[in-house]
Design a protein around this ligand. Structure first.
Ligand code: FAD
Ligand code: NAD
Length: 402
């Protein structure tokens, strides 16, 4: 008898958690499970700002997939998905093709520059390990070059970050720690380096209340970060950002765009109907109108009926969706009714470097400073625990004292 074949695309928070749950719920006799990922490793996307700033080693943020899945239960295919052909129930990979009975699309996010002129050509973006590592290497190269006798531009040490949402703020928090280390290493006066964060909205991190936002702003400014709010970036050139009504050019040797994300470009290439770069899914997390395709994590919008808008895309959301998708796949195999997804927020934490942060946790409890930073480490270590148990926490966990 032919076993049903479940194919999971992407081994991020959404795809890897789905696979782990399916491994627990299904025996190899009940279904064939295939996991497809571009690399042989999973990475903690929520740590990528640290990789980009150079405050952690990239290897700490990645986990070899075959160390955390059971090869007797899951077949791992290391290849890049180029297109999903849903009419023929096939997935086209760079080097082969796969068919499926059930599909879970969990290919994650890509940077969204909203078509801002020059952004794709001249700015770095944080998307995965490789794109983040290149940022830290580029920054270090600017410092290494500065006193080397090579001719350097007077703005070459400046670091410009576009967008002060979570990613932008967490990145400048790390840079505020990395820059003094680089100054020491390369004998450069700290005053020669500017870290500038440019935001279009009238506030940074609008999801936090005023007191926490004010705390975050002061903490960063005290450590030499310049924050420009109400300053929309209209263009990116080789030299920097063009900002605000008077078209001011802010120059820097390192330009990074953290102004937003969208779902994987594979969605569009597959002809899926998209809203702001993502697929709308029904309450059971299936693509509208499709019996056998689930789309989760940063590739989909799930409607929050209480707030009357989609849930913001987070790792927390992706992992909770994965639990429901695995349960719904088992229900489909057993001809049982599917469950609707309901998000249970555990709160929100934003780091401001290694030992500072702000947080809203456990029914609106506000934390700041070391307490929030400690909470963030707990969240990061818990994520490792869910993927690889205590062994992985001991190997890759965050235990550096404050
Ligand atoms: P991803 O984590 O992006 O995983 C996608 C996977 O698919 C990857 O393994 C990738 O290699 C693979 N893949 C991509 N394209 C292909 C392809 N074509 N073929 C094969 N494989 C492919 N959220 C929080 O809740 N808390 C936080 O503290 C937090 N911090 C963040 C910090 C940063 C710097 C960033 C950028 C995001 C942060 N987020 C945070 C958001 C969170 O990281 C995302 O919501 C989450 O990663 C989404 O999970 P995912 O599984 O959908 O996608
Ligand atoms: P975002 O969309 O949340 O923030 C982007 C910021 O860039 C916004 O403040 C926006 O106003 C600004 N911006 C956009 N266009 C601009 C322009 N032309 N000029 C100047 N500023 C501009 O994106 P993000 O920060 O990458 O976050 C993506 C998702 O990941 C969010 O859902 C977020 O909640 C999640 N995330 C969570 C955490 C955390 O929980 N600690 C950390 C990082 C990311």
């Amino acid at each position: 008898l032919n076993k049903p074949k479940i194919v999971v695309l992407g081994a991020g928070y959404a795809g890897l958690t789905t696979t782990k749950r399916l491994m627990q719920k299904l025996s190899p006799e009940q279904a064939e499970i295939v996991l497809v990922n571009k690399h042989n490793y999973h990475y903690e996307s929520t740590w990528l700002h640290e990789v980009a700033a150079g405050t952690i080693n990239p290897n700490q943020a990645r986990v070899i997939i075959s160390d955390v899945i059971n090869p007797n239960k899951v077949k791992l295919v290391v290849d890049a998905v180029t297109k999903i052909d849903k009419d023929n129930q096939r997935v086209i990979l760079e080097n082969s093709e796969l068919d499926y009975d059930y599909l879970v699309v969990a290919l994650g996010f890509e940077s969204n520059d909203f078509g801002i002129k020059g952004m794709a050509e001249h700015a770095f973006a944080i998307e995965d390990i490789d794109s983040s590592r290149v940022i830290s290497e580029h920054i270090e190269y600017q410092f290494a070059k500065y006193n080397s006798g090579e001719s350097v531009d007077e703005h070459s040490l400046n670091i410009l970050v576009g967008g002060a949402g979570f990613t932008g703020i967490e990145l400048v928090g790390e840079l505020a720690e990395r820059v003094p280390q680089l100054c020491k290493k390369y004998d450069i006066d700290r005053n020669k380096v500017r870290i500038i964060n440019v935001e279009a909205a009238p506030s940074i991190l609008p999801m936090f209340d005023k007191e926490l936002v004010e705390y975050a702003k002061k903490s960063l400014e005290n450590r030499g970060v310049e924050i420009k709010i109400g300053a929309p970036i209209s263009e990116c050139t080789e030299e920097g950002f063009i900002v605000g009504e008077d078209n001011e050019l802010i120059k820097a040797g390192t330009i990074i765009w953290t102004g937003g994300v969208k779902g994987s470009s594979v969605l569009g290439k597959s002809g899926f109907e998209l809203t702001k770069g993502k697929v709308n899914v029904d309450s059971d997390l299936r693509m509208s109108g499709e019996e056998n395709i689930f789309v989760i994590g940063d590739c989909s919008w799930v409607w929050d009926h209480n707030a009357d808008r989609p849930y913001p895309p987070t790792a927390q959301l992706a992992m909770q969706e994965a639990d429901v998708v695995a349960a719904n796949l088992v229900a489909l195999l057993n001809n049982e009714p599917l469950t609707d997804f309901v998000f249970k927020s555990k709160g929100t934490v934003a780091s401001l470097g290694h030992s500072d942060g702000i947080a809203n946790v456990f029914n609106d409890n506000k934390l700041k400073g070391k307490a929030a930073a400690a909470m963030k480490k707990v969240v990061d270590n818990r994520s490792l625990y869910l993927i690889g148990g205590p062994k992985l926490v001991l190997k890759k966990g965050k235990f550096r004292p404050f």
